[in-house]
Write a new protein. Structure first.
Length: 75
């Protein structure tokens, strides 16, 4: 029996560090942070961090927070 795969999209925030590199985090997943020397490396590392966060949550019975978007008009 094959395992069902679920694909989800998570917003991540990249913040340039003063000393170089990028801090990256996923606001929807509390404590899910990483770092990379380049944007590309930071994005790969946060992908790994999200996968590990979700795996741990599943094992511990932690529910994934609900996510949504809002539209804001700036005048």
């Amino acid at each position: 029996m094959s395992q069902q795969r679920i694909v989800q999209n998570f917003e991540v925030i990249l913040e340039p560090e003063d000393s170089g590199g990028y801090h990256v985090f996923c606001p929807a997943l509390k404590g899910c942070h990483s770092y990379g020397a380049t944007k590309e490396e930071a994005m790969e590392k946060i992908k790994e961090a999200i996968e590990l966060w979700l795996e741990s949550a599943r094992e511990l019975g932690i529910r994934i927070p609900e996510r949504g978007t809002v539209t804001v008009e700036i005048k």
